[in-house]
Design a protein around this ligand. Structure first.
Ligand code: FBP
Length: 584
């Protein structure tokens, strides 16, 4: 190797690949509200006509008396402001799972804060806030991570701040570091945390602002917030991978691929990837719930698709499985809810037990139906259902191998179909000709399982996520500097230049029963099966099942015709006229 090649390769170390070096230099568009003769300036905010009113608004307002009264739950819009206060100290943290673009939120905040104020980074998420792990961020430090993926600059965690001791620790940190504001970059649970902190810190004079992050896409507020950041990048990465697998299937002609996709409870990710790639089967948890499909219904549905394709000589296909499916299957929902209660009630008794002792103990505490269901499951599923819940009380669905359970049961169902044809074929059932039946009988159900999740959370942001997050940072920074507390940054009209907004968090909070107790939380936005995006999918899916109509979208682009493409789900649900985003 020549020394010049050696030098070149060494230069690429530490996030300096040719791609990363180029990417850092791409200039992202900025909304007019933050520009004054080309310079970035904080915006100011005026009230819009939109007042948020949830079903439990009176209770919410009573629980958040200071912030709700101050905001009146009125949505604000950012307009050109120009003046920049000085000597403010604003801290920022990441909360929950990573999502592409997080680093650009920091860049946006820093641009607004400028040199006459101080930006502090909180290491390790909410936990770092409790521990006082803060450090000063210098503008130059952020140049290295501009437009790049990951949350590594600060780190993140999932600590829920709920006990009086924790609140006291937050107050200690606020006083120790003389904070005027805290910006929480997180999902629905983290923004609930932000609302609670805003109320708690109201009299301290420390404002709390949220930024909507999550690849799950379940933090949406109609046209006010069409999508959270990170969803576009994650779904484009998954769509590329799924497209590649789809392309492999008619080439090798031997496998059914079962692909579980991250997204927690909501199936937005699965729906978006289906819209981008058109595989044979995509399950949508919210539909399973609405139609009360049992596990057996789901298995029979997929087995019928597999059999129909096999009879036509198509011995392969792709099934997309949303990560949270298991929580939506009625009998599992009951089981999980009972398990949640048992795990909470007997926490101390269970702590010293081994996993197999735990299983035996838990089975004795469940109702008969749930105990039978748990006993019937493979150990791999049982173990994961018994795992500790996260600090927000959620089942760790990413750890449950639902796709393996489906594969196992579909395999059994297909054997049954072959061994007992009278039960499955004939009038009103599957109708195969003799030749098709013979082809089906020769078909071998060979499978491959995949789980795409971590592959898409930390990739370099798409052009949309990079531009979106920069502007969310500009909004959040402006809110913090102007002393507005209890708001979440948002951008609407993403096809029309983008209108920067501030959504009052108290207007998003509802009362939800969690483990039998009423809790004030921001409701997860699940897939609406009446939405245009779901309807588009539902009207076409049987064609995608019966034939190979898949498409392979290829890698996400930063230049060229598809670079500015928005998620299809956003375009369809928002009724946009363009597939491309526009921010200006
Ligand atoms: P949040 O954005 O709500 O934090 O979740 C993102 C996510 O990637 C989910 O899709 C997934 O269920 C979860 O994190 C996995 O958690 P972990 O990173 O702890 O494995």
């Amino acid at each position: 190797m020549t020394s010049s090649i050696q030098t070149r390769l060494t230069e690429m170390e530490n996030r300096n690949s040719l791609f990363e070096t180029q990417l850092r230099q791409v200039e992202m568009p900025i909304c007019n509200a933050f520009l004054d003769n080309g310079a970035v300036v904080p915006a100011s905010f005026h009230e819009t006509d939109t007042v948020l009113k949830g079903p439990d608004q009176a209770r919410t307002d009573a629980a958040f008396p200071k912030s709700a009264q101050k905001s009146g739950n009125v949505v604000l819009e950012a307009v050109s402001g120009k003046s920049r206060p000085t000597a403010k100290r604003i801290a920022v943290l990441f909360s929950g799972g990573p999502a592409a673009g997080g680093h650009n939120v920091l860049v946006g905040i820093q641009k607004i804060i400028g040199q006459d104020n101080t930006l502090l980074g909180i290491r390790k998420g909410p936990k770092g806030l409790l521990e006082g792990q803060l450090f000063e961020i210098k503008a130059d430090d952020l140049a290295a991570i501009e437009n790049l993926g990951g949350f590594d600059y600060l780190g993140s965690d999932r600590t829920k701040i709920k006990t009086p001791e924790q609140f006291e620790l937050v107050k200690k940190t606020v006083r120790q570091f003389k904070l005027d504001g805290i910006i929480v970059i997180g999902g629905d649970d983290s923004n609930t945390n932000a609302a609670v902190l805003a109320e708690y810190l109201y009299d301290e004079g420390c404002v709390v602002v949220g930024v909507p992050k999550t690849i799950d896409g379940d933090l949406q507020v109609g046209e006010l917030l069409p999508i959270s950041f990170g969803f576009d990048t994650a779904t484009k990465v998954y769509a590329e991978l799924v497209g590649n697998i789809l392309q492999d299937t008619p080439s090798s002609r031997k496998y059914w691929h079962f692909i579980k996709l991250m997204g927690r409870s909501a199936s937005h990710v699965a729906l978006e990837v289906a819209l981008q790639t058109r595989p044979a089967v995509t399950l949508i948890s919210e539909e399973v719930d609405a139609k009360q499909w049992s596990l057996n219904d789901i298995v029979e549905h997929i087995a019928a698709v597999v059999a129909r394709r096999a009879a036509k000589g198509i011995s392969y296909g792709v099934v997309l499985v949303p990560e949270g499916l298991i929580e939506f299957i009625p009998e599992f929902r009951v089981l999980i809810s009972e398990l949640n209660d048992v795990l909470a009630e007997y926490e101390q008794d269970l702590a010293p037990l081994s996993l197999s002792q735990k299983k035996n103990f838990v089975e004795t505490k469940l109702n008969q139906g749930s105990a039978q269901l748990l006993a019937s499951l493979p150990d791999s599923i049982k173990d994961m259902l018994l795992l500790d819940r996260d600090s927000h009380g959620n089942l760790q669905v990413s750890q449950v191998p639902t796709e393996s359970l489906l594969v196992e049961m579909i395999g059994i169902k297909l054997s049954e179909m072959k061994n007992h044809p009278a039960r499955y074929f004939g009038a009103g059932k599957l109708a195969f000709s003799e030749a098709e039946m013979a082809t089906f009988n020769q078909f071998k159900f060979a499978t491959n399982n995949h789980f795409f999740g971590y592959e898409g959370r930390c990739g370099a942001p798409t052009l949309f996520d990079a531009a979106y997050t920069l502007n969310l940072g500009l909004i959040a920074g402006s809110l913090a500097l102007s002393g507005k507390t209890g708001y979440m940054a948002a951008l609407r009209d993403l096809d029309q230049g983008g209108r920067p907004l501030a959504i009052p968090l108290t207007g998003l909070i509802n009362v939800e029963k969690r483990h039998g107790v009423d809790e004030m939380v921001i409701k997860k936005a699940l897939v609406d099966i009446d939405s245009p995006a779901f309807q588009y999918f539902a009207q076409r899916r049987s064609d995608w099942a019966n034939d190979d109509l898949f498409v392979s979208p290829g890698p996400r682009q930063l230049w060229g015709p598809t670079a500015a493409q928005l998620p299809f789900m956003v375009v369809l649900n928002q009724g946009y006229d363009s597939l491309e985003f526009s921010i200006r």
